[in-house]
Ligand binder design. Structure first.
Ligand code: FAD
Ligand code: DLZ
Ligand code: SF4
Length: 508
């Protein structure tokens, strides 16, 4: 064996740069299910099962394709427990001293591999549409990094939804025609689910035995675990859900976890789908007149815009990024995030859905669990740990900028120009959660007042020095300042009582 070729659990792409550079006849692929990766946070059992099952299927496909694969199962008695230790073990076994790899998506693992005594040759991860140096060049010299400008550049560069140099449909962004509440629709199509085969069933048994204590329901398990399944899920989404994606993408309905969302982030993030083929499929459907521009644009923006932008930010900002705490928030994450009972129906619904499915869509993550954590002043490192654990698509390069940056404003405004916070009014307008709630979204103080209403103003007051000069928030402070002083005091006192109860572990 000449070299070892490392393939990580989120690098399951046949066109991975390390595989393209390797020699099928002389190199050996190393894949390993290891404790260090499976327990750096208490991952949701469905997430671990997805990764292990997809790894096993991918290894079998590589073998069928003529590769020599050394695969370590989690319960192998010889398992060395971490990626560098597994590489060392395979090096001893084979005599190979060189490792070829595609750059990992997380600083922690990049650093651990740098410390590995073997000679490593690391290739860029070119599954992304914007290479790290290209992002650095774009960011260079800019006072602020704004996704919208990056996105326009990416549209021009990729040619998606373009008519020459101009955006198709005459606008870059069709959000104004989106952002509608979702309506109940009995005929709405759900994302495609798959019945586990014997390989996946074996993984499910393993995960149940080893990670059964982690927060989250393992069965039923319906994720795609192969590239061909993921491609079918994508085709199903484009045909049945994408046409309605735009208008309802910000809506939330009880017991309707997916609405028109694709459920493909996890497949892209582990390499079963690549962003280019996802966007090509959307572009083709739009060209064929099967989807309106508002839906095609809304979707493509998330993939070539947000997804690439947050990755660029993660690497640009450096390894300390996930530990930032610009607003100095210190409160502990309350147990309701791990399923403890709460009368706040929106939180209860999103947490229960997260527990059952390892999935919540963007607005649920941002405007329910994220919004509450930010308003309540929860330590962003704890919030980050939660998001990294509970979602099937959570890998630090994408999760941290979304959580620490976009959602918690803990990076001080690198990802977003203002904090994503709202009172109950937004949640009531965009969802049907308030109907079944013990609190009243319209009540602002006293008995039954929705905690979001109290916390929203307390947050604004607490951070006045930072946000009052933000031109997008001036109106909010003007409204607050116009309220009766007595009313303001009651709101702030109500918020204080609520937060004291929350920290004391009283049910809220
Ligand atoms: P759809 O709504 O159908 O969207 C299409 C695709 O666009 C997604 O598959 C995803 O790949 C991409 N996308 C959309 N928004 C974003 C975004 N903000 N950042 C990056 N890609 C985006 N996404 C992750 O992939 N992993 C995470 O760990 C993650 N953590 C998040 C944490 C918070 C606090 C927030 C607010 C958002 C987070 N997101 C994360 C972004 C987004 O919520 C998910 O990508 C989306 O919900 C995935 O579901 P879907 O495939 O059904 O997406
Ligand atoms: C998330 C994860 C888990 C749960 N388990 C493994 C594993 O056993 N082996 C592996 O190679 N990768 C795993 N992963 C994915 C890695 O954590 C991921 O590659 C890094 O976080 C870099 O993004
Ligand atoms: Fe959430 Fe408040 Fe609505 Fe209850 S009333 S569901 S707590 S926003």
């Amino acid at each position: 064996v000449r070299r070892l070729v490392l393939v990580l659990g989120d690098q399951l792409s046949p066109a991975l740069s390390a595989l393209r550079a390797a020699d099928r006849a002389r190199d050996r692929v190393v894949m390993a299910e290891v404790r260090s990766e499976a327990s750096y946070v208490p991952h949701h059992p469905k997430k671990i099962a997805l990764i292990f099952a997809a790894m096993r299927h991918f290894a079998a496909e590589l073998q069928a394709d003529g590769w020599d694969v050394a695969y370590t199962r989690y319960d192998d008695p010889e398992n060395a427990g971490s990626i560098p230790a597994e590489l060392m073990r395979r090096a001893m076994e084979t005599g190979a001293r060189q490792v070829l790899l595609t750059e990992p998506g997380e600083w922690r693992l990049i650093e651990a591999l740098e410390d590995c005594p073997l000679a490593t040759s690391t290739l860029p991860d070119d599954r992304f549409l914007c290479a790290r140096p290209a992002f650095e060049a774009w960011a260079e010299g800019r006072k602020e990094l704004r996704m919208e400008w990056f996105y326009r550049e990416m549209r021009r560069r990729t040619g998606y939804l373009m008519k020459g140099r101009e955006p198709a449909g005459g606008k870059w962004n069709f959000d104004a025609s989106n952002r509608k509440p979702a309506a109940r629709d009995l005929l709405r199509s759900a994302p495609m689910q798959f019945t586990p085969d014997a390989v996946t069933e074996e993984v499910l048994d393993l995960v149940a035995a080893e990670f059964g204590e982690n927060f989250g329901t393992l069965r039923p398990f319906g994720f795609a675990v192969t590239r061909s399944q993921a491609r079918r899920a994508l085709a199903h989404f484009v045909r049945h859900q994408l046409p309605g994606f735009g208008p309802s993408q910000d809506g939330m309905l009880e017991n309707e976890p997916y609405l028109e969302h694709a459920l493909i982030s996890g497949y892209m993030n582990i390499g079963l789908l690549c962003p280019r083929e996802v966007c090509d499929a959307v572009q083709a459907a739009w060209e064929a007149g099967e989807v309106p521009i508002s839906s095609a644009e809304g979707f493509i923006r998330q993939v070539i815009g947000w997804r690439e932008f947050v990755r660029g930010v993660y690497f640009l900002e450096g390894p300390d990024y996930p530990r930032r705490n610009a607003l100095n928030h210190r409160r502990k994450l309350p147990p309701l995030y791990w399923g403890a009972e709460t009368g706040m129906n929106c939180l209860a619904q999103v947490v229960a859905q997260t527990r059952d499915l390892a999935y919540a869509h963007h607005i649920q993550r941002l405007m329910i669990t994220g919004n509450f954590a930010l308003l309540a002043g929860i330590d962003p490192a704890e919030v980050h740990g939660w998001y990294l654990s509970v979602y099937f698509d959570a890998f630090e390069w994408v999760e941290a900028p979304n959580t620490v940056g976009m959602s918690q404003f803990a990076d001080g405004g690198v990802v977003g120009s203002k904090p994503y916070v709202s009172s109950a009014n937004y949640i009531d307008r965009m969802s049907d959660y308030c109907t079944g709630c013990r609190y009243d979204p319209k009540t602002r103080t006293g008995e039954g007042a929705c905690p979001f209403n109290l916390l929203y103003w307390a947050f604004m007051e607490r951070h006045r020095a930072r946000f009052a000069s933000n031109h997008r928030m001036g109106q909010v402070y003007a409204t607050w300042d116009r309220m009766e002083p007595g009313h303001r005091e009651t709101v702030l006192a109500g918020a204080e009582t609520f937060l004291t109860d929350l920290s004391a572990g009283k049910p809220v």
